[in-house]
Design a protein around this ligand. Structure first.
Ligand code: CP
Length: 318
């Protein structure tokens, strides 16, 4: 059901998908539709956040999330400060809390944070007055990724409820899978997760998903296949014998795609390890919506920034 005009977010921060109600998720997705239209105009700029200051505090590498927040802020006419750990006083040992407090002393309205420690955005939410947006915290959550994934599924399939979605790969180290599972279950999808047993954390069934280490079984009859990156930077040695072995057992090939529905869509949050979790021809093939996810990420992040700044659906200026 579409939220009524005037409906606002109940939360000041976006720390994860887990605390959101289904109607807030729908509010973000519906608001993002309007911003996708803005991104298709010849002049891709609206005055919605003029005079607001947003700090992009990225303490971990990022291509898509960081660029997409920066573009979203520019399209909303906000003023942005881009902060990286390298070249800052973090390299002299300044703590996250002190860094955030000092940045906040310059009166931003919002802080977007990516950090390798799970819970870092929650910590900032306790000590800062600004709205905090989690742009990925350790292996915990990546809420805007799950929102843009859901937006893309809804765009391609017309709905989320009733879809069968396989999420395959390095489940253990993934913040994307956690946010997606929370979101997809709240919106009524059925989710199966698969990957090498060493990368399947125990207890995932408690989140309401099926777990099947046999990739071909997990793919059967799926509307959506979401492949996850093998996160070698977070992985202990010995999770699997070799990258070649991983591809042989869990790589998404054209042959394996045929296990899913004929109109399946293939997703990946990026960055992609081609020839490890996904074959070149599948990543670039007819079922792939991987670059649509990136395009939609800008509209979804514009919606998040607008709504956390107090905006409501149906109140957007043309
Ligand atoms: N999907 C994603 O978070 O990509 P980046 O790490 O490049 O931001």
């Amino acid at each position: 059901m579409t939220p009524e005009a005037g409906f606002h977010m109940r939360h000041k921060h976006l720390l994860g998908i887990e605390p959101l109600e289904a109607d807030e998720i729908r509010l973000i997705l519906d608001t993002a539709e309007s911003f996708l239209e803005v991104s298709r105009r010849p002049i891709k700029k609206v005055p919605t956040l003029r005079g607001r200051t947003i700090v992009n505090l990225f303490m971990e590498p990022s291509t898509r999330t960081r660029s997409s927040f920066e573009i979203a802020e520019k399209r909303l006419s906000a003023d942005s400060l881009n902060f990286s750990a390298s070249g800052s006083s973090v390299s002299k040992g300044e703590s996250l809390i002190d860094t955030a407090r000092n940045l906040e002393a310059m009166a931003p309205d919002m802080i977007i944070i990516r950090h390798s420690a799970a819970g870092a955005p929650h910590l900032l939410a306790k000590v800062c007055h600004s709205s905090i947006v989690n742009a990925g915290d350790g292996a915990h959550e990546h809420p805007t990724q799950a929102l843009l994934d859901a937006f893309t599924m809804r765009q391609k399939k017309g709905k989320i409820a009733g879809l069968r979605i396989a999420i395959i790969g390095d489940i253990l180290n993934s913040r994307v899978v956690r946010s997606n599972v929370f979101l997809l279950k709240k919106l009524g999808a059925s989710v199966v997760i698969s990957g090498p047993p060493t990368l399947l954390p125990p207890g995932m069934e408690r989140l309401g998903v099926e777990v099947d280490a046999r990739m071909e079984h997990a793919l059967e009859g799926c509307d959506v296949v979401m492949m996850l990156r093998v996160q070698r930077e977070r992985m202990a040695r010995g999770a699997f014998p070799s990258l070649r072995e991983y591809f042989n057992l869990y790589g998404l090939t054209e042959e394996r795609v045929r296990q899913a529905k004929p109109d399946v869509i293939i997703m990946h949050p990026g960055p992609i390890n081609r020839g490890v979790e996904i074959a070149h021809e599948v990543a670039d093939g007819r079922y792939s919506v991987i670059l649509d996810q990136v395009t939609n990420g800008v509209a979804v992040r514009m919606a998040v920034l607008y709504l956390l700044s107090g905006g409501a659906i149906g109140e957007l200026a043309a």
